[in-house]
Design a protein around this ligand. Structure first.
Ligand code: GDP
Length: 447
């Protein structure tokens, strides 16, 4: 797509219902002429004109406000026209058709924001945050998306990018003087600069992971042997009988998902099949899905019992790195044990009863903390592709360090070039059309 579109697009940007206000938004070069025809005179920029919207024959469509935002001081960077009418879909549709009759075409999903990106009004991370803000399922998620839309995340990316380029310049300069290359590469300033970039990256990765949780919700996979009380726990947390609770082992054969909003924090709980070796074909498939669930989880919540927990801890052995581990010793009501919790060697231990609900508040609080609750004003939202890109940058920086250690300046420089590219993909300095298509295609129409 050209950076400066030659056509004009239009869409219903908001239609909240019969009683509310609906908006038709138009963007592109045809807007000034269209605005003049609709208003009957040249509109004043950024001024709300109350007017009658009429069809080509002069018949009244609706009465409402007309606003003209001349390029480049507009959302898309192009001329924009907004027509605010009564929030009737029928009237808005007529208004939209009127605009199309005056030279606009229907916009694709996300096309306004895509144009804003292509015209340099937003970078890619900010554009994605617009969609995340609209789709936010929790207050914390919406707040974080707003921060990213305001550029908080992008500025951090740019800061690390700046340090990375500085390092690259140092090393490229050393390569340009091959006879002195080894000495140059051994310069402690290079090592210091590399340490600086890696520290900045590690900090940003932690923040982005938290941002991903705020955005997507914390993904909790409930694991454990059959009959430990996983389904009962899911039901207790969800507050209704979602999973089938059964005293016969092996009932939960598929993965059940529950979305919860805990005090403004989004959680996705997945109740997996009991992780045990089984002959049953269907149950085996359930166990396979349970393992798959763990690969995409932020938290593995092991449900076990006082008698079984020592053996069950082995279920943590196959967890991918970075997954938070929580052990819930269930059924304390059977032994009359008190509810309690503590942290030990990166594992959070809780004693509770899914049946009586005792100890579950401590679990809720812990999950909220892991989800990023109380992470403060500066918390920004992120997407999985951002986290993956940052992890990729980390790999390239590790290779850079390895190459520098053996004095291979050219290879170190190449790793840095790739690190820079991976980082640039976040804000859209380097992007493929496929990626842009996937990102903007997931927006709603009119945004
Ligand atoms: P799952 O196979 O791990 O999903 O286990 P279920 O949730 O189906 O529970 C298995 C059995 O244990 C059921 O009879 C539950 O009522 C019982 N159960 C679950 N949690 C508790 C608990 O905290 N206390 C007691 N006494 N029974 C429980």
């Amino acid at each position: 797509m050209p950076a400066h579109a030659t056509d004009t697009i239009a869409a219903i940007a908001s239609a909240p219902g019969v009683a509310g206000v609906g908006i038709v938004r138009v963007s592109g070069p045809a807007v000034p002429t269209m605005a003049r025809i609709l208003l009957g005179r040249t509109p004043q920029p950024r001024f709300a004109h109350f007017t009658a919207f009429r069809d080509p024959a002069g018949a009244l469509i609706d009465r409402g406000l007309l606003l003209h935002f001349p390029a480049p001081a507009s959302y898309t960077g192009e001329h924009i026209l907004e027509l605010q009418g009564h929030g009737s879909v029928v009237l808005l549709d007529q208004l939209l058709r009127r605009c199309c009759g005056l030279g606009a075409r229907l916009a694709r999903p996300g096309e306004f924001t895509e144009r804003a990106f292509l015209n340099g009004k937003l970078d890619l991370a900010q554009a994605e945050a617009v969609a995340d803000l609209i789709a936010a399922r929790s207050q914390a998620g919406a707040r974080a998306a707003l921060q990213s839309m305001e550029g908080v995340f992008s500025r951090k990316v740019e800061a690390v990018l700046h340090e990375l380029v500085t390092l690259r310049v140092h090393i490229e300069a050393a390569i340009d003087f091959p006879e002195e290359e080894i000495d140059f590469l051994a310069d402690p300033a290079i090592q210091q600069q590399l340490d600086l970039v890696r520290a900045g990256l590690a900090q940003m990765l932690r923040e982005a992971q938290r941002g991903l949780r705020l955005n997507d919700g914390l993904r909790v996979a409930i694991i454990g042997r059959p009959n430990a009380g996983k389904s009962s726990l899911l039901n207790a947390l969800a507050g209704r009988d979602r999973a089938i609770v059964n005293a016969t082992a092996g009932t939960t054969r598929d993965v059940l998902r529950e979305h919860l909003n805990l005090d403004g924090i989004a959680l996705e709980l997945a109740d997996t099949a009991g992780l045990r070796d089984t002959e049953d074909e269907v149950e085996r498939e359930g166990v396979r899905r349970a393992h798959g669930e763990l690969q995409r989880a932020d938290v593995a919540l092991l449900v076990t019992t006082k008698a079984g927990h020592t053996a069950d801890l082995g279920l943590f052995d196959t967890l991918p790195a970075g997954v938070e581990r929580v052990v819930l010793i269930n059924k304390i009501d059977l032994d009359n044990l008190p509810a309690r919790h503590h942290e030990c060697e990166d594992v959070h231990w809780l004693w509770a009863s899914a049946k009586t609900g005792e100890g579950l508040d401590a679990l809720r609080e812990h999950l909220k903390r892991l989800a990023g609750a109380g992470s403060g004003e500066g918390a920004f939202s992120a997407r999985r592709r951002h986290v993956l890109a940052l992890q990729q940058v980390g790999v390239h920086l590790q290779y850079t360090a390895n190459q520098l250690a053996v004095g291979a300046g050219e290879l170190a420089a190449e790793e840095l070039r790739q690190a820079q590219q991976a980082l640039g993909e976040i804000t859209g300095n380097y992007t493929s059309d496929d990626l842009l298509g996937a990102i903007f295609g997931s927006f709603c129409i009119g945004k």
